[in-house]
Design a protein around this ligand. Structure first.
Ligand SMILES: Cc1cc2nc3c(=O)[nH]c(=O)nc-3n(C[C@H](O)[C@H](O)[C@H](O)COP(=O)(O)OP(=O)(O)OC[C@H]3O[C@@H](n4cnc5c(N)ncnc54)[C@H](O)[C@@H]3O)c2cc1C
Length: 370
C-alpha cells in the first residue's frame, strides 16, 4: 500500500533495531505495510562513540532487577529466553556465547532471585571461593559481541525498512523538508523514540530524568577465557549501586573487563588511573586472565594484563530516574495530523539484557492503542 503512513523509529542502537525487528514481525506490518524508517545519528559499524552505548557495552546478560521489580524481571527474563534460543539454534555466529558465570558478593550474603531461573544455577560452597568473598553463585548466562549482533539485526531488516543517517533535533522536525525527503510527505502513523541518552536533548521529549552513567572498560585479547566473573561490592540498591568488577569473554577471543559507574559524568575519554584500577581489580577476581605463558615471570611494576590490551573504551549508559520508559505519551500534532508517540529509552546499564522484552512491550502497546 504505497500511500500508507510511515512508522518512524528514532535511534539505531540495540533498542531501536530490536523494536524495528518486532515491528516488521507484527500484524501491523503484515496487514497494512506501513513503510518503516529509522532515523539515527549513529549507525552500527560507525567508529566507537561514547554517545552510542550499544557499541561500547560489554556485554553480558546479568540482570540487576530487584526481586520486587516484576516489570524489569520480565523484560530481562524474556530477553534471555529469546537470545538463549537464538544461541541454541544458530550457535556463536550470532555473536552470542553461552558460558558459566560466577558471581562474587562482598558485604552481603544474598543474591538476586532472578538468577535462580538461569540454567545450572548453584549456590557455591564457601570452600570454593576466596575468604574475602561473602557469598557466591554460578549459573549459565550469555555474552554478546555488539558489532556482530547489531549487524545481524540489520540483516533481518534488510529490504523491509529504510535506514537514514539523520539528526532529528525535535519531534516536530518530522515535517521539515530535509526529513520528509527521507520519510515522505505523509505524517507518520507513529514514532518510536529509541534515542538512549538522546532523550535528554531531543526537542519534544527533553526528559530531565535521563542522565549518563559513565562506564570505562578495557578490551583485551585473551581467547583462553571462556567463563565470566563478577564481583559486586556493596548493595545494588534496587538498581546498579555499589562497585562492580567484571570479566566478559566474547566468542571471538576478545574479553571486556570493567568497570565503572559514574553518574552524571560526561568525560568522554579514558582516565589512566581508572585503567590501572580496572586491570588490578580484574586480576584479583580472575587470576586466569594472566597469559599462561607469563606465569612465574611476573614483573611487579606492571600489570601482566597490559600486553593483552587492545583498547580502552568509554560510554554513557542512558540511565533514567524511575527506570526504563516504555509507554505511549500524548499524541504529537504535526499540523492537523495526530501521531502516536511510543517511548522506549532509559535502559541504563541493562539495554542488552532487556532489549527484546522492551521491544515487544513497545510494539504491543502501539498495536493496542490503534
Ligand atoms: C561501558 C558499558 C557497559 C555496558 N554493559 C552492558 C551489559 O553488560 N549488559 C547490558 O545489558 N547493557 C550494558 N550496557 C548498557 C547498554 O549498552 C545500553 O543500555 C544500551 O546500549 C542502550 O541502547 P539504546 O539503543 O537505547 O541507546 P544507544 O545505543 O546509545 O543508541 C541510541 C541511538 O539513538 C540515536 N539518537 C539519539 N538522539 C537522536 C536524535 N536526536 N536524532 C537522531 N538519532 C538520535 C543515536 O544516534 C543512536 O543510534 C553497557 C553500557 C556501557 C556504556
Amino acid at each position: 500500500m504505497p500511500d500508507a503512513e510511515p512508522i518512524v523509529i528514532i535511534g539505531a542502537g540495540v533498542i531501536g533495531l530490536t523494536t524495528a525487528v518486532r515491528l516488521i514481525e507484527s500484524p501491523l506490518y503484515a496487514t497494512s505495510k506501513h513503510p518503516i524508517h529509522i532515523l539515527a545519528n549513529h549507525l552500527p559499524n560507525d567508529p566507537l562513540d561514547p554517545y552510542y552505548a550499544s557499541t561500547i557495552a560489554g556485554a553480558h546478560h546479568l540482570s540487576f532487577a530487584d526481586d520486587n521489580d516484576t516489570r524489569q524481571r520480565r523484560y530481562d527474563t524474556r530477553t534471555f529466553q529469546v537470545m538463549y534460543d537464538e544461541w541454541k539454534k544458530e550457535g556463536e555466529k550470532t555473536g552470542l556465547m553461552s558460558l558459566k558465570q560466577t558471581e562474587y558478593y562482598v558485604g552481603t550474603d544474598s543474591h538476586l532471585k532472578v538468577y535462580e531461573h538461569h540454567p545450572d544455577f548453584t549456590v557455591l560452597d564457601k570452600s570454593n571461593y576466596p575468604t574475602s568473598i561473602d557469598h557466591s553463585i554460578s549459573f549459565t548466562s550469555l555474552t554478546m559481541t555488539p558489532s556482530v549482533y547489531l549487524n545481524r539485526l540489520l540483516k533481518r531488516l534488510e529490504g523491509k525498512i529504510q535506514i537514514h543517517r539523520y539528526h532529528l533535533p525535535c519531534l516536530s522536525h518530522l515535517k521539515h523538508p530535509s526529513c520528509t525527503a527521507l520519510i515522505g510527505s505523509k505524517s507518520p502513523l507513529a514514532v518510536f523514540v529509541c534515542t538512549g541518552i538522546g532523550a535528554l536533548t531531543l526537542g519534544g521529549v527533553e526528559d530531565t530524568d535521563v542522565y549518563p552513567t559513565r562506564g570505562q572498560v578495557i578490551k583485551l585479547r585473551a581467547p583462553w577465557m571462556r567463563s565470566g566473573w563478577t564481583r559486586q561490592v556493596g548493595s545494588l540498591d534496587g538498581g546498579e549501586g555499589g562497585e562492580r568488577t567484571y570479566i566478559i569473554p566474547r566468542y571471538n577471543g576478545e574479553v571486556i573487563i570493567g568497570g565503572t559507574r559514574e553518574q552524571n559524568d560526561w568525560y568522554p575519554y579514558p582516565r589512566e588511573e581508572t585503567t590501572e584500577d580496572i586491570l588490578k581489580r580484574a586480576q584479583e577476581i580472575c587470576p586466569d586472565l594472566v597469559p599462561p605463558y607469563t606465569k612465574g615471570k611476573e614483573d611487579h611494576e606492571e600489570s601482566p594484563l597490559k600486553e593483552l590490551v587492545e583498547g580502552v573504551l568509554v560510554g554513557f549508559r542512558p540511565s533514567r530516574d524511575g527506570g526504563i520508559r516504555v509507554d505511549i505519551g500524548d499524541d504529537l500534532y504535526l499540523g492537523n495530523d495526530k501521531v502516536k508517540v511510543v517511548y522506549n529509552y532509559g535502559h541504563g546499564g541493562a539495554g542488552w539484557q532487556s532489549c527484546w522484552g522492551t521491544a515487544e512491550d513497545a510494539v504491543e502497546q502501539l498495536i493496542k492503542s490503534l
